[in-house]
Ligand binder design. Sequence first.
Ligand code: HEM
Length: 978
Amino acid sequence: MRQIGKWSRLVIVTGLCALGACAGHSPFDIFVDSTKDCAEMLLQRDIQTVAKTREQRFLGKVPGTTARCLGGKHAEKLREGPWLDWPNYWAAGDATSLAPARLLANSKVIGPNAHGINGALYELEVQRIELIKFNLFDNNKTYEAYVTGRDGEAGPVLNTWPEMRLLQGHPDFKSVGGDQTQVCRGELIRFRTLTGTCNDIRNPLMGSTHQLFARNVEFDTTFPDLGLNELTKNRHGDRLGLLKPDPQTISRRLFTRTQSQPDRCRDGYGLPGGAKEAACEYKKAPFFNVLAAFWIQFMTHDWFSHLVEGHNRPEWMAVGCAAQLVKNIEQPLTGEDAKKLGCRPDDKIDAAYIAEGTEPRSFTQGDKTYLTRAPKTTANHVTAWWDASQLYGYDEQSGQRVKRNPNDPAKLLLMPVREGEGEGDKLGYLPVFEAGDPINPEWSGQEATAFPDNWSIGTSFYHNVFAREHNAFVDAFRKQAALTPDGDSGLRNPVNPDDVIRYRDVTPNELFEVARLVVAAEIAKIHTTEWTTQLLYNEPLNRGMNANWHGVFAKQEEVADALKEVVRRLDDTNDAKKANSLYAALAGGPGIFGLGNRVYDGVPLVGLIDPNKEDRWDLKNDDHINGGVNHFGSPFNFPEEFITVYRLHPLLPDLIEYREWNKEPNVIRHNVPVIETFRGKATEAMRQKGLANWALSMGRQRLGALTLQNHPQFLQNLKTPRLQSPTQQIDVAALDLIRDRERGVPRYNEFRRQYGLKQLTSFDDFVDTRLPQDTPARREQAQLVNTLREVYGQHPCDSSKKITEAQLNDDGSPVNDCLGHPNGSLIDNIEDVDTVVGWLAEFRRPHGFAISETQFVVFILNASRRLFSDRFFTSSFRPEFYSTLGVEWVMHNGPGPEMMEQGTPNGHEQQVSPMKRVLLRTMPELAGELQTVVNAFDPWARDRGAYYSLQWKARTGAEGDEAFGSGQAPSLLAEPPR
Ligand code: HEM
């Protein structure tokens, strides 16, 4: 535990706590508590600060005094093991985590509950700052400058890179400046461009289609299978390979959902006609619905794709079902073994694309040698921006798939294909691909949209919803234009920045692009403030995510403005890492969204808290347009590791419990296999049954918990005609492991160390020791640990072998192969565990976390970075780009003034959620069903109960809903009460 001086502690706590982490509470509350534990914590200087070097990182573990101050004796006791400590603090769980009623326990400002939440937020902020400081590794040849600096400027504050210039031959090469300094201007900066260029006006190429994925881990820890250096060899011996341990064996033993009535599930293919008798059991998360599962697939299609037009490299390779470990020795699988496991040795898949596979150059700085990039790189074949490219396109071909309404090209084409009883049906449905559209043959029959791969009822749902939303915005804009044709739309053209653009002057094409900006921002807001707060359903994260978006001072505009200005000017400081740390921390004050979109004269903090001050933001000023972005010294793209933690296939059920909104919503009418809605069948199912019925069905159903033995069977047995193999089937769960291995993701334990989390020392660490021994959950966890041991094996350890440089043992010695066990003892091959398997095996989680803490740290870093780096979410979130109506639409979740939710859910006044508003606009017939819904991703008929309850209990009016019939099934991820 590092310790710091009194004054620096005060500054950091005040800075972080007041301006970012502590969500509007007094910065000094942590100091004025009179309890003995907190006094002791302060006296002993046990407050964590940002680490100076990688191996000194925080790791989320605190001393006993801190734990006692922030969570009582309970929190102190639970510090055993590798897991984060803040989830044990006061008020970080459900109602049982609130401090017992005593003086100040209910205070929002001081007292134990406030301390618990603020302490958690403080630790999360320290972690985020450390992640920004230690985990940015760009593959685009900018990393050397990041380490060594350039022209006297330190690497972490560099904000333009020659590697991010457009190359000769690019159609816009000349327009941005050609061989001279490149700056995007004019038409190129008005809207989101098709391929994502010119988002950052001085780095035209950044985030655009086909740019390389970044990394969040040190380059020499990637591609462990290749054994390229001593540490990797020491860590894994000769135990790893592309198909070693066998991925299909892992899938069948560790991923398969067990079925008590397999003939009613039939490998996830259910029964003909969506018969209700079909049954595929799965482990369910009570606080997250199937809409949330498909939402995240819809998001990933916007953010990243390794595939090009649904294909990989045309080189067919085997995918396992060939071997297993028997008593730590690899043995071939016999036909009988394969049959017993249920895997298929004849499956084949096309190999992953590799962008560069030549040996990377290295360089030296100080006494350390670095690689300039990972040993192999891969490219992101869609834009990395949150620009709704899955709807609107990311290159010429995908753009051609998007159909506009010929009668009003500002709109997307929607067809009146269904005579439903709902108002929403009149808004129409997406058209189907036609002959001549540039698509893969397997996509024919599907709705026409830019990203058509892995289409199902879920993706069809969101594409239709947001096409309707796009058109709803266009309609509202046109309505306003009809009322005030000569009024100022707020829009400006950077080519003639001083010319007012009246409503009547806005062309259909311009309006289309404005609607795209608005829809993309709405999606980002839904994701940040609604989806994520339900994914991470507890108070610290609710405050943290809202602070990311609205800022801590959402209701105090002057303070927020002042802080925006402070943050904007921090960019000018040359104290590299410090500036980045402060920037990240302070940005929580005003919120990342809209950072830099107002510019004021005067002295920050003093002169700026003046309601009459004048906004000087100017479209003629490049620094104003671009001034809100911060890339922290490393060009933005997602890291390869991000894709790994989004391999969320267990979220999907095999069967959808189909209901109808206008009959009796409590009745499940059919069990429709998801696979029966795959590709073109999704379109049929959508048109036959209608958007609102699917919304209701997926809104009420719980999604699958992210844990072991919970992958959908249909994905393990996915029939895919394009595959050149005897089976034409693929196990997507096994493929998830193979792809990560092909792309060099470090295995689980080093992955955690790299992200500043504590390593595990055996498989037993996965067991949630808070649960009593004799509970079903604890017994199942122990069984799974045994299976992990059988599948990954054990080896006699050698303490002379150092295995990592990312962390040290508590006594400062290097971490070695024995992980603290005696030399020569048989230890678990925990180092070899595939990262996806590892995070699925984390049975102990923060309260209300649908994901594990390992996934979570990856999100902390990258979720805020994709906001920080995007001009359209920061300094260009302005009426000049979005129109006045567009800005209001994003801020208020739709047309008109802000609408507030009834009551105070979990103690907060909140806007009617953005997704609920979208659903109400696009399917007005659901108004009754949605009345009690506070978060569109919480199962709609669940009683949310008191403070962050996870209970599976019907709300009033849904008592007859069959889904609540059997009560709450015992869960592998059970949480013990405090
Ligand atoms: C019907 C539903 C789905 C189907 C049929 C499906 C199918 C697939 C397939 C076949 C691949 C492998 C592509 C390859 O590497 O060759 C894949 C990759 C992937 N899937 Fe799914 N998936 C579905 C739903 C989901 C959901 C709900 C998520 C949640 C986030 C998800 C996340 C991913 C990710 C992150 C990848 C890796 C993509 C990449 O490498 O760029 N999928 N999926």
